[in-house]
Design a protein around this ligand. Structure first.
Ligand SMILES: Nc1ncnc2c1ncn2[C@@H]1O[C@H](COP(=O)(O)OP(=O)(O)O)[C@@H](O)[C@H]1O
Ligand SMILES: [Mg+2]
Length: 154
């Protein structure tokens, strides 16, 4: 995947859904626990494909789908000393931040034994305030191409 670093940003060009999910897989393997991934981008820009690869990178073999209808889904991570849970959130259909608090997001957010990945995170900025997030933006370029922009990569 082509990569460019510019002004504190890492910009990647993905040429296929597989490249996007493989990128998620790599970041999963680099994660330590406690991370909050904020994924922002239009419908079809690749957020869920990234999440699928991320889950695979944590050794989760259950299929990860967009949890749009249930907002939050927690997967158990096995065979990892630090990371016990992968919390996949999709707030696309959210009407108010209150709804995501009601399903218990705070129990997972930023916890050392958990990685939280939030699709449409820009919709719950108020909930995420005060937390450090890893921000990833997804942009649709053409049918199979996506631009992935990461701020302040570690
Ligand atoms: N380079 C790419 N990266 C990610 N998805 C891609 C890419 N090229 C084509 N696609 C397609 O775009 C769609 C992305 O869907 P999805 O990951 O569910 O998006 P989102 O969760 O952002 O709404 C899928 O149908 C996937 O097959
Ligand atoms: Mg999605």
């Amino acid at each position: 995947m082509a990569q460019l670093n510019y002004n504190g940003y890492m910009i990647k060009l993905s040429n296929s859904a597989k490249e996007t999910s493989d990128f998620g897989l790599i970041l999963a393997k680099k994660s330590q626990g406690g991370e909050i991934y904020s994924l922002v981008g239009d419908l079809g820009s690749g957020k869920t494909y990234f999440a699928k690869g991320f889950a695979r990178g944590l050794g989760i073999d259950r299929t990860v789908q967009s949890p749009s209808f249930i907002l939050l889904k927690v997967y158990e991570v096995k065979n990892n000393k630090k990371i016990k849970y992968f919390c996949h959130v999709d707030v696309y259909r959210l009407n108010s931040s209150k709804e995501i608090l009601e399903v218990g997001l705070k129990e997972y957010l930023g916890k050392e034994n958990t990685i939280t990945l939030i699709e449409w995170a820009d919709k719950i900025k108020d909930v995420l305030q005060g937390h450090t997030t890893i921000n990833i933006n997804f942009e649709w370029l053409d049918k199979n191409k996506r631009k992935i922009i990461i701020k302040n990569p570690r």
